[in-house]
Design a protein around this ligand. Structure first.
Ligand code: IMP
Length: 210
């Protein structure tokens, strides 16, 4: 149901907190929301604490981050949580996607991609090695109400990694029906079909912002 202008939940003007301490994410979300006249402010700028991500799924963790920011700031808040789900690995790395890249020298996605490949080889997983990216976007209001929008893009894991675009697991993810990995696609092509773009499209379709 598309809310009317009178919908009390509609965020049409004023400040919206982006519940992330990742400057790149805050900038990207700010750019997406700029046409709607929303003044985006980051959780870091408001000095809000970063809650621990204790939920078992993307939607739960996005919701937890958005609620924490909205209740602490008294402003509506938007949070996202995303990752790569590999079917033959029982859904791993999933909500631990960022963690698989962590090691002594900081984050290293070559390490994370190699682990995905090695675990698939160890299980002799048959081709195609199906996987999907998920992005959950949660909107929370200061009274604790929430809405979550989820976007997915399906594809398969390839080895060796291909391309220098994007980030994270992009070089080993071949989207369905494509001959190039996300790592080989120019950013605008990836952004037209990505899990994040699909979650945002659902948020905008809801009529709750803008
Ligand atoms: P988050 O910042 O806790 O949501 O972590 C998301 C993690 O999932 C990132 O660090 C990447 O490892 C992975 N990820 C999410 N979206 C993408 C994508 O579009 N391409 C590649 N990796 C992604």
């Amino acid at each position: 149901m598309v809310p009317s202008d009178a919908d009390p939940r509609r965020i049409a003007e004023g400040r919206l907190v982006v519940a992330s301490h990742n400057a790149g994410k805050v900038r990207e979300i700010g750019e997406l929301l700029a046409p709607f006249g929303l003044d985006v402010v980051s959780a870091a700028a408001l000095d809000l604490p970063e809650p621990e991500e204790t939920e078992p799924d993307f939607a739960g963790n996005a919701r937890l981050k958005a609620v924490a920011a909205a209740t602490a700031s008294g402003l509506p808040a938007l949070a996202d949580d995303s990752g790569l789900v590999v079917e033959a690995l029982g859904g791993a790395p999933g909500i631990h996607s960022a963690r698989w890249a962590e090691g002594d020298g900081g984050r290293d996605f070559m390490r994370a991609m190699t682990r995905v490949w090695e675990e698939l080889e160890a299980r002799s997983a048959p081709e195609p090695r199906r996987a999907h990216f998920v992005c959950a976007l949660a909107l929370a209001w200061p009274d604790g109400a929430t809405r979550v929008f989820e976007g997915r893009v399906h594809g398969r894991i390839v080895w060796p990694p291909r391309g220098n675009h994007g980030f994270g697991y992009d070089p080993i993810f071949l989207p369905e029906g494509e001959s190039r990995t996300f790592g080989e696609m120019p950013p605008e092509e990836k952004h037209a079909m990505s899990h994040r773009a699909r979650a945002f499209a659902k948020l905008l379709e809801s009529g709750l912002v803008g």
